[in-house]
Design a protein around this ligand. Structure first.
Ligand code: NAG
Ligand code: NAG
Ligand code: NAG
Ligand code: NAG
Length: 456
């Protein structure tokens, strides 16, 4: 039984190794480090996902034997991991008052949590879910790390516990920086997202080397003698492509880490608006805020390419699709977009317009912090029949990923990357600033940092 499972794993592994070799040799030709990365990291982007009752529908639950490949392979991975009871990973980005929180924006924070889950599994350790910092309500562009909150303010920690309990029961979790009863702390150097990402066995090796440096051995760790590894930063810290987990573990971990359900429910009230015609609308993620660098795709370029794409969509369908739902933190930019599309008979709506007939809900939404507002918009963009965004925004990347999670192939590999090349972290396209994607999900491509091997 086991050897049969193994065989299945080796077939794609060998073909992938060949592909990875190709990528690797390409990467070696240039070790250029993009200067634009810093602004990428501080971009005020937000969000991720939801995705309904994911794998609950997959076979196996309620039966004794869980077939190989269930839960996108997460069950098998955890089942074959060498776990070290008593070993804890406290994984954060050295933010907040106690320097044990993860920083935002929301997409970066989400990537940190998902990556921490993967690193904990690689190490065979339990995970202490960190606290998170949140933005100042009034000055959200500058004060990004004003307040420390528990992770459940952004994510659905209850469903995370429930789903992992089923799919990776060996992985034990503690919440919100809880180190109670653990005296021994092993420090790890500050990792930058520019440092190489980890892959299979690599993080376990890192922990082993930390132990060696302190003349400790992992085997001495036990539930009675627990040890916590203080680690940051996990941002872009696991390479799903080199790990050959692009359409397996990456999907599984994406699905288990959902947004806070109350925020998603609030967002669902927007999606249900009559003006969104039961899903027959075009979703647009427009980045026109003052913090958005023009080199990532200016607001004007976005509006030009998006309008062309919207006309193309209208001409390709036999029904009326004239409502455009736009998500953008900048009202003047929304108005400019509206002015472009109005003469073409498209109606541009945003969350404030759709909720204007429900003033109490609108007030609730307006009272939310910046990143939570992004969660509100997330589901409406994922649910849109057609959608467009831009590759340089991590929020767009996340929405594109969530919209195509059930595809057998990867949207980026199949539709966005062909004809492009990657040097270090930068990707170069033939024909900059065009829309790429499948029929329903399109991204405006711009040369620059491409994080998708280590995202979401
Ligand atoms: C892996 O899962 C199978 C089937 O559920 C089980 O029989 C086996 O004991 C598990 N192996 C480990 C190491 O947990
Ligand atoms: C910092 O740590 C102390 C001791 O564990 C705790 O009481 C306090 O609430 C923490 N502060 C923050 C902002 O998390
Ligand atoms: C917009 O709608 C009006 C009224 O139905 C119509 O006269 C006009 O031709 C339409 N414009 C375009 C660009 O389709
Ligand atoms: C993917 O499939 C799941 C399970 O069938 C479903 O609940 C979810 O809505 C799907 N996601 C998308 C974006 O289609």
């Amino acid at each position: 039984m086991l050897s049969k499972q193994r065989l299945w794993i080796y077939v794609p592994l060998v073909s992938f190794a060949l592909i990875c070799l190709l990528f690797y040799s390409e990467a070696l030709t240039d070790l250029h480090i993009p200067t634009s990365l810093n602004s990428f990291d501080i971009s005020s982007d937000a969000p991720l996902h939801s995705d309904a009752e994911l794998t609950a529908s997959l076979s196996g639950i309620g039966e004794k034997i869980i077939p190989p490949g269930s839960f996108d392979g997460l069950y098998d991975l955890c089942n074959t991991t060498q776990w070290q009871p008593g070993l804890w990973l406290h994984c954060h980005s050295f933010c907040g008052a106690n320097r044990t929180s993860i920083c935002g924006g929301l997409n970066n924070a989400r990537n940190r949590v998902q990556t921490c889950l993967r690193l904990a599994i690689d190490a065979g350790a339990g995970l202490i879910i960190p606290s998170a910092t949140t933005r100042d309500k009034l000055d959200h562009m500058i004060m990004t790390d004003d307040r420390v909150v528990c992770a459940d303010e952004f994510w659905n920690i209850e469903s995370l516990k429930r789903d992992l309990g089923e799919q990776c029961p060996q992985l034990v979790l503690r919440m919100c920086d809880d180190r109670s009863g653990i005296q021994t702390v092993v420090e790890s150097d500050l990792r930058s997202y520019l440092n190489p990402s980890y892959s299979l066995g690599g993080f376990r090796e890192h922990i082993e080397s930390l132990f060696e440096g302190r003349e400790m051995v992992l085997e001495d760790v036990s539930v009675e003698n627990p040890v916590v590894v203080n680690f940051g930063d996990a941002y872009l810290g696991w390479n799903y492509r080199t790990a050959n987990e692009f359409s397996t573990i990456r999907k599984a971990l994406f699905k288990v880490l959902k947004f806070n359900q109350e925020l998603l429910d609030l967002g669902a009230k927007i999606s249900k608006s009559e003006r969104l015609n039961n899903g027959a609308y075009i979703g647009v993620h427009l980045r026109g805020e003052v913090d958005w660098p023009a080199s990532f795709g200016s607001a004007d370029d976005q509006m030009r390419l998006y309008s062309e794409e919207i006309l193309r969509i209208q001409n390709s369908v036999s029904y009326d699709i004239s409502t455009v739902y736009v998500s953008c933190g900048d009202q003047p930019a929304i108005q400019r977009f509206r002015d472009i599309l109005a003469p073409l008979n498209f109606t541009v709506v945003d969350k404030s317009i759709l909720l204007s007939s429900s003033p109490d809900i609108l007030a609730q939404v307006n009272a939310l912090a910046f990143d939570q507002k992004a969660i509100i918009e997330y589901q409406t963009l994922v649910d849109a029949r057609y959608w467009m965004g831009l590759t340089m925004s991590s929020m767009s990347a996340l929405i594109a990923y969530a919209r195509t999670i059930n595809n057998t192939g990867d949207l980026f590999d199949e539709y966005v990357y062909p004809g492009s090349s990657k040097n270090g972290l930068n990707r170069y396209y033939k024909g900059n600033s065009v829309m790429k994607g499948d029929r329903w999900t399109k991204l405006m491509i711009v040369n620059g940092v491409d994080i998708m091997d280590t995202f979401p």
